[in-house]
Every structure is written in C-alpha cells, then in structure tokens.
Design a protein around this ligand. Structure first.
Ligand code: IPE
Ligand code: IPE
Ligand code: MG
Length: 263
C-alpha cells in the first residue's frame, strides 16, 4: 500500500528517474506483456490465482514509476482473446480480481493524474467488468497525465480485423473511396488510434514471443525480453529496459550514416 508513495520519499529512486529523463529519448509509449503469474505461483506451491493476485503489486509499482517518469502511454496486456480458452474458474477469478483492483485503486489513479483506457473485444467482457471499467474511465477521464491502457480481451489480429470491417462498411456505404486506403487510414481505425505506436515493448517470464499483442503497432517497437516472472517485476527492471532502449539505434530501414546526416 505505501508503495504508491515510496519513490516520493526515496531519493535514490528520484535520482534514477532524473538520470533517465536527462539522458533523453524516453519512450512515448511502453507496452508490457505481463506474463508468468502462473509459474510464479507454481514455484511457491500456490494456486495460479494467487499468482495473478501477486501480479497486482507489480502493476501498481510500474504504473506509478512510469507516470512519475512522464511516460505518456502505458499499455498493459492483461488478458488476450486466446485467454478465453483458459479454465472457467481461472477466467472468473481474473475478472473478479480486475473489478476489485479497479475499485480499490481508482483513487490512486486520480492521485497520479492517470487516465484509464481500455482496448479489446468488449462484447466478450462480462457486464459487471464492463460497468466497472466504464465507471473508472469516467472518473479518470479528465486526467491529463499518463494514459494507462488495459488491453483486455485484446488480440492484434482482432484489432486489424475490426479495423478492416469498419473500412469495408464505409466503402459499401459509399463514404470511402478504396483508392484512399493507406497505412495511416488503416491505423486510424485500430483501437490504438489515439496513441503513438509503442516505442518499447517489454515481455516478462522468459518467453520470446509477441502472443498476438499489437501486431501492426509493434512493427518498429524495440523489444525487451525479461526472464523475470511478472509478480517479481518492479520499477528497477523497467528502468533497466528504458536504459537499454536509450542505447538502441532506431533506424526504421535507413542506414546508420543516413541517421547521423539527418540528425
Ligand atoms: C499472465 O500470466 C497473465 C495472463 C495471461 C492472464 P500467466 O497466467 O500466463 O502465467 P504463466 O505463463 O502460466 O506462468
Ligand atoms: C500473453 O500471455 C497474454 C497476456 C499477458 C495477457 P499468455 O500466457 O497468454 O501467452 P502464451 O500463451 O504463453 O503465448
Ligand atoms: Mg503465460
């Protein structure tokens, strides 16, 4: 609980944050595939649900650290469309946990000036979860600090498909000329239209895959794979990922020489 306030009174943490800020080139958007809750619990002889509960402490710490750093967008992959294939009891425990956490932490989001957003296939989400999400989004809607997006019942393929469906309807109605369809137009129909593409993508738990997260949007994301299981992931590792990000040269297809000439 006091963790929310930890860094405000921790000079070492403030110093690390100031160094990252002054180095320059903070990612505008960080996406995190929070994986490894089940394995964390198994290692401790606990239930998978206990792993998800423990993961909430990591979520809290990362949201706070990212918002203090001045990160504009943080997207947390919380539940994929494929995760609907999990055992029913695990799914319902996860949904209950989400409601509980949103209700309990909403005040902290307000204190940190964080705006909650959700992306995903909302029709599959139970009514009570959707209602709590709506309430929290409304409560935090005028916050102008970090946008914290929960990717819930989300998948990258779903996102591209729903964008194509909307575009096809527009064409069918005659309000859109197929000749005008380009990458920018397609991106404007994705659920992430309001945010820049993720600059930094973090995946925990030692898996080296994207698991259907932002497929289109991560075309040029810098990826940081961490072996840490999500419930053990804390701000110091976020700082490490950002430090690593700041060292990378993002060429976007160009040569290193071209980048230096244009700089
Ligand atoms: C991530 O942890 C949380 C969700 C995908 C909901 P997992 O539940 O996938 O944990 P592992 O991968 O089984 O360890
Ligand atoms: C990815 O984790 C989805 C989320 C973190 C929400 P999974 O545990 O579902 O991924 P796979 O099945 O190992 O690829
Ligand atoms: Mg997993």
């Amino acid at each position: 609980m006091p963790q929310w306030f930890k860094s405000k009174s921790d000079p070492e943490d403030i110093r690390i944050q100031e160094t990252l800020k002054s180095t320059g080139g903070l990612p505008r958007h960080i996406g995190i595939i929070m994986d490894g809750n089940g394995r964390w619990a198994q290692l401790k002889g606990k239930s998978r649900i206990a792993g998800h509960v423990a993961g909430v402490d990591s979520v809290r710490d990362i949201i706070e650290a990212a918002s203090q750093l001045g990160i504009e967008n943080l997207t947390l992959f919380t539940f994929s469309i494929e995760n609907w294939k999990r055992p029913r009891p695990e799914i319902s425990a996860l949904m209950k946990l989400l409601i509980k956490v949103l209700r309990k932490e909403a005040v902290k989001l307000l204190e940190n000036n964080v705006r909650l957003q959700v992306i995903g296939e909302m029709e599959m989400i139970p009514d009570d979860v959707r209602q709590t999400l709506d309430e929290t989004m409304e409560m935090t809607g005028s916050n102008r600090g970090m946008a914290m997006t929960i990717a819930l019942s989300y998948s990258g393929k779903w996102d591209i498909t729903q964008a194509c469906r909307q575009i096809a309807f527009q064409v069918k109605q005659g309000s859109l000329d197929p000749e005008t369809i380009d990458e920018n137009l397609l991106a404007s129909y994705l659920s992430t239209a309001s945010m820049p593409d993720p600059d930094l993508l973090i995946r925990t738990s030692g898996e080296s895959r994207i698991s259907n997260f932002m497929l289109w949007q991560s075309a040029y994301s810098e990826i940081f794979f961490s072996k840490t299981l999500w419930p053990d992931f804390r701000r110091n590792e976020l700082y490490e990922a950002i430090r690593e990000f700041q060292k990378r040269e993002r060429r976007f297809g160009q040569t290193s020489e071209q980048l230096k000439t244009n700089a």
